[in-house]
Design a protein around this ligand. Structure first.
Ligand code: PLP
Length: 404
């Protein structure tokens, strides 16, 4: 009877009826949110432990970001890059400063930033490194996730992501993640870039062995190859530092950024690199109608300013230790593995107990939203505004679910 009065079941049915089934969402229908909390159409509240795959690092509707968006909506929303608008220079300068790079190229989605990085690296290879026409190759890692375009899925090692989308774009060499010898051996005279996630998020928050990223940096320098760090999910405070590369003092040649850069309000992505790299692009060679639009820039400027205070990186580092302690206490009690960097965790559930999907369904029933990645692995990525008590609540709820 009560079931009949709920709005969720019919909203789930309607959503399934009118959309392509390229996602398998949890059956919750959200209608509002604030900070780390979501409310569904029936008034049930959930603690958000996914944060839009890290697009909501600053929480839902952060007041400073919402205010910037409102103010910009009332003035100017789009010009295209045919003209310059008054938010553009500030955004590019402040983001370039945050990254320690000369230049920024704004786009919209993460996949577009990755595509941009690939194009820039190839052009750099032909024009600066002297690679023969059409011969450039890029070394990538097994288990990568860089987005969904046809070129990007061409070098995915996940058959769900790749199968039946060929013919595939050539020019990529896949090596095992975390294996410096294999990566070094794969580089030849036509290699223009190594493209890596410093931590593989979709793969289950996989942290490479210590020394790997500095080793990659060194071999790229030695062999005149660009090191492209895809920090779209790992960057902008998620791991307790501005960039995941910072944990090992590594500075890539190119940062790929997205997700949190748009403050959970609007898609904003960017490539940041020095002028000797990004400077290879000339008018007409790359672009996007919406990339760097005034609304996006107004929000992203505030995102960069929030990060420039260091407060969110500190929160993520400190609260991440609390999350780590809580989760490590569950190893042997339903978890068989835990990887934590800042407020980012990959949890391997004992497959004999339940799948990651089942665990997420049970967590949702108890008011905590998280998402499985592969098989029995769950990723937790709460908004960085989460409190100590809320972390304890998430861990206690997980303990209940694992205890059956
Ligand atoms: C590391 C990484 N790169 C790229 C992307 C693609 O971003 P988008 O979904 O905005 O295209 C993602 C998305 O999950 C990601 O995690």
């Amino acid at each position: 009877m009560i079931e009949d009065m709920l709005r969720t079941p019919s909203a789930v049915r309607d959503a399934e009826k009118y959309t392509a089934h390229n996602y398998h969402p949890l059956p919750v229908v959200i209608s509002s949110a604030e900070g780390a909390w979501l409310t569904d159409v029936d008034g049930k509240r959930y603690l958000d432990c996914l944060a839009g795959y890290s697009a909501l690092n600053f929480g839902h509707r952060h007041p400073q970001l919402i205010a910037a968006a409102h103010a910009q909506l009332d003035r100017l929303t789009l010009t295209s890059r045919a003209f310059i608008h008054d938010q553009f220079a500030d955004f590019c300068r402040e983001l370039a400063e945050l990254c320690g790079k000369d230049l920024v190229l704004p786009m919209n989605t993460g996949a577009e930033a990755v595509e941009t990085g690939i194009k820039v690296a190839r052009k750099w290879g032909y024009q600066v490194k002297g690679v023969p026409a059409g011969q450039a190759n890029i070394v990538v890692a097994e288990g990568n996730f860089h987005g969904r375009t046809t070129t990007i899925v061409s070098f995915s090692t996940d058959e769900d992501a790749r199968a039946d989308f060929g013919p595939y774009t050539p020019g990529f060499t896949v090596v095992p993640y975390g294996d410096l010898d294999a990566l070094t051996a794969a580089i030849d005279e036509n290699t223009v870039a190594v493209l890596l996630e410093p931590i593989q998020g979709e793969q289950g928050v996989v942290v490479p062995p210590e020394g790997y990223l500095p080793g990659v940096r060194q071999v790229c320098t030695d062999r005149d190859v660009l090191f492209i760090a895809d920090e779209i999910q790992s960057g902008l405070g998620r791991t307790g530092k501005t960039f995941a590369c910072d944990h090992e003092g590594v500075v890539p040649d190119m940062y790929l950024l997205g997700k949190a850069l748009g403050g959970g309000i609007i898609p904003v992505s960017a490539v940041a690199a020095n002028a000797d790299v990004l400077g290879v692009l000339k008018p007409g060679q790359h672009g996007s109608t919406f990339g760097g639009n005034p609304l996006a820039c107004a929000v992203a400027i505030e995102v960069v300013r929030l990060l420039a205070t260091g407060e969110f990186q500190r929160r993520s580092a400190e609260l991440g230790e609390r999350l780590r302690t809580g989760l490590e206490g569950l190893v042997g009690k339903g978890l068989v593995g835990v990887r934590v960097r800042g407020l980012w965790a990959g949890l391997d559930i004992d497959p004999a107990l339940m799948s990651g999907r089942e665990a997420c369904e049970r967590l949702a029933a108890r008011g905590v939203l998280a998402k499985d990645t592969h098989g029995s692995t769950i990723r937790l990525a709460p908004p960085l505004v989460i409190t100590e008590e809320e972390i304890d609540l998430a861990v206690a709820t997980l303990a209940e679910v694992l205890a059956g």
